[in-house]
Each structure stands twice: as structure tokens, then as C-alpha cells.
Write a protein that binds this ligand. Structure first.
Ligand code: PGA
Length: 236
């Protein structure tokens, strides 16, 4: 079954990197039935949309503002992202929740703005190590999911990415059992079957096993998406 593969470059990349990265992926994009969504930093979205023309890849942003326009210096709206060819926006990544104090309410409003602009919201949720060790991971993540999903969410316009904080960028992937338990609980808790992604130290070595688990519809890849050879293997 086709899977969703999201590349989150975070605050990495350059025009020079893009010029080598995209041509290297073109044949993999042509031969895969998986849905690949590439999320570079804002300045590279427009040139990347041109570079990806004619491929099956979708373009995604990593954040947006809640309103379409206005006096919000330094911000970028969902409508603007749709205008330049984005099909998706990541909202509520744990780095935004932790480093930029984003709350469930704000993330819900951002996801709603993404939907209003006709794009797919990739809503991130996940527990800290302390919560995991206290045995409250499932309850916490379900509550976060329910509080971050706007009423406008449907299986077509939303993906939920479970990303345990302790697994992001650490090389510590959640175990297949932990992923299965969480995805089963999320699947049961969401009223409509929103596609569920896993993120947190996904590599070319563990992607196949993770993608074979029940209720894992895709992966959100950070570090390994910047390594061409690794990302090519994940796409395949
Ligand atoms: P990682 O990042 O793959 O480098 O752990 C994933 C993410 O933060 O989305």
C-alpha cells in the first residue's frame, strides 16, 4: 500500500544543496507509488516548487500563521503558501511547541488556516521522556491529539504525526511495540480514520519495519531526509 513519506529539512539546506538533491531523487520519485512531501525552509519553497515540477512530489512548509494577511511582521500565511504551490504544512512540531511556546489551541488554529487555504495539515504530537517513563504516554498523546485537531479535519486534509520528543534527532527510535501501541490508541481515539505518521530517528535501516506496522501510514523524516542516499532508500 502506498505510504506517505515527509521530509522535514528543519532549518537546513541551501540553493546549492537543493540543486543536487532534487535531480538525485527524480528517478526514485518517478518509480514510487508512495506520496513524498518535501518541507524545506521558507526561502527554498518557491525554487523547489519549480524544481519539482513534473515529479509526483508535493511541497510542504514547516509552519504558518493563523490569519491570511495583516500586520504580523516576519510571519507567513497559509494562503501565501498555497499561492506558491504548497500542498501541505507541518504544524505543531515539538520544536515549535517547546522552543516557540506553541500551544494546542494555537496549533489547532494553524491547522484550521491550512485547511481554509485548501492544503493538508500535518499535525505533530508526542510525549516527553518524563511522561513516557511515568507511564502516561498514551493518555497524554491522545489528549494532545484531540486538543490539536480542528473540527475541519478530515482523512483527506489531515495527517497526524506521532513523534516522541525523546526520539527526535537522538538516534533513539521508539520500539516497534511502542509505535504499534500508540498508533493503535490514536486510531481508536480519532473519530474518522486520519492517516497516522511516525517520526523520530527514522532511517533507511528502520523505515521498512516501521512502515509495515498496523496503522502506520507514513513517516516524517528529519535528519535522514538530508542524506540523499538514505532518503532514496526510504522512498523506495
Ligand atoms: P529526526 O527528526 O528524523 O531527525 O529524528 C524528525 C522530526 O523532527 O520531524
Amino acid at each position: 500500500m502506498a505510504k506517505i513519506i515527509v521530509a522535514n529539512w528543519k532549518m537546513n539546506g541551501s540553493l546549492a544543496f537543493m540543486k543536487t538533491w532534487v535531480p538525485a531523487l527524480t528517478s526514485d520519485l518517478a518509480s514510487t507509488s508512495n506520496q513524498v512531501i518535501i518541507c524545506p525552509p521558507f526561502p527554498f519553497l518557491f525554487p523547489l516548487s519549480a524544481a519539482l515540477k513534473g515529479t509526483s512530489a508535493h511541497l510542504g512548509a514547516q509552519n504558518c500563521h493563523t490569519t491570511p494577511h495583516g500586520p504580523f511582521t516576519g510571519e507567513v500565511s497559509a494562503a501565501m503558501l498555497a499561492d506558491i504551490g504548497c500542498q501541505a504544512v507541518i504544524v505543531g512540531h515539538s520544536e515549535r511547541r517547546t522552543l516557540f511556546s506553541e500551544t494546542n489551541d494555537l496549533i489547532k488554529a494553524k491547522a484550521e488556516a491550512v485547511h481554509a487555504a485548501g492544503m493538508t495539515a500535518i499535525i505533530c504530537i508526542g510525549e516527553s521522556l518524563t511522561i513516557r517513563q511515568s507511564g502516561r504516554a498514551i493518555d497524554t498523546v491522545i489528549q494532545q491529539c484531540q486538543a490539536s485537531l480542528p473540527p475541519s479535519a478530515t482523512p483527506e486534509n489531515t495527517r497526524v504525526a506521532y513523534e516522541p520528543l525523546w526520539a527526535i534527532g537522538t538516534g533513539l527510535t521508539a520500539s516497534l511495540r511502542e509505535i504499534t501501541e500508540m498508533h493503535q490508541a490514536l486510531h481508536a481515539a480519532t473519530k474518522v480514520p486520519i492517516p497516522l505518521l511516525y517520526g523520530g530517528s527514522v532511517t533507511e535501516e528502520n523505515a521498512t519495519d516501521i512502515l509495515s506496522l498496523p496503522h502506520v501510514d507514513g513517516v516524517l523524516v528529519g535528519g535522514a531526509s538530508l542524506n540523499m542516499a538514505a532518503f532514496q532508500k526510504i522512498i523506495r
